[in-house]
Design a protein around this ligand. Structure first.
Ligand code: ZN
Length: 192
């Protein structure tokens, strides 16, 4: 089931999530819905707060970037991937710049600097504990989604000049003046 996506300005996006205590049918159906929602919105990642939920959980599917990732000599794990209760246990000192966007912030894209590689520990959707080192594009997507679980958005990282440049766009989204080709919940709670 495709769920509406909460947009910038909605308080749900700023709340810290709670660790998931146990596997359940409800959790599995939330995961299915989040994957459906990500695909319906043509996204490559989606975190629970973006559909108004408080579980510490995100999903990704980087298949659209497969060529780019393989060109860097990286293997792509089977997609989609589910990360429950993730922890970033190490990050590289080396950083890189990459242009990011977010389904919750339609039509805003900005360059963000982040560690080039991270080691992430998490439960997969079968509740098996996993740990993997990811770099480059995969690390980028994972860090962006991980941030959502702690109320952090990519626009928070912009310097004061770039922040000023996007302020108007963000204000419009927060005021509900936003359109996308997927269902939205704006700060007023209305569906667009
Ligand atoms: Zn996002």
């Amino acid at each position: 089931m495709v769920l509406p996506i909460y947009t910038f300005g909605h308080e749900k996006l700023r709340e810290e999530t709670e660790p998931v205590e146990e596997n359940s049918e409800e959790l599995q159906s939330l995961i299915d819905d989040m994957v459906d929602t990500m695909y319906a919105a043509a996204g490559i990642g989606l975190a629970a707060p973006q559909v108004g939920r408080g579980e510490r959980l995100f999903v990704i599917d980087v298949t659209p970037m497969a060529d780019e990732i393989r060109e860097e000599g990286q293997e792509i794990p089977p997609q989609p991937m589910v990360f429950i209760n993730p922890e970033i246990v190490a990050e590289s000192e080396v950083t890189c710049d990459y242009e990011e966007g977010c389904l919750s912030i339609p039509d805003v894209r900005e360059t963000v600097t982040r560690p080039e590689a991270v080691r992430i520990r998490y439960l997969d959707r079968d509740f098996e504990q996993r740990e993997r080192e990811v770099s480059s594009f995969l690390a980028r997507v994972i860090q962006h989604e991980f941030d959502h679980l702690f109320g952090v958005l990519f626009t928070d990282y912009l310097g004061s000049f770039r922040k000023r440049m996007v302020r108007r766009s963000l204000r419009k989204i927060a005021d509900g003046e936003v359109e996308a080709n997927y269902p939205l919940v704006t700060a007023e709670g209305e569906r667009v």
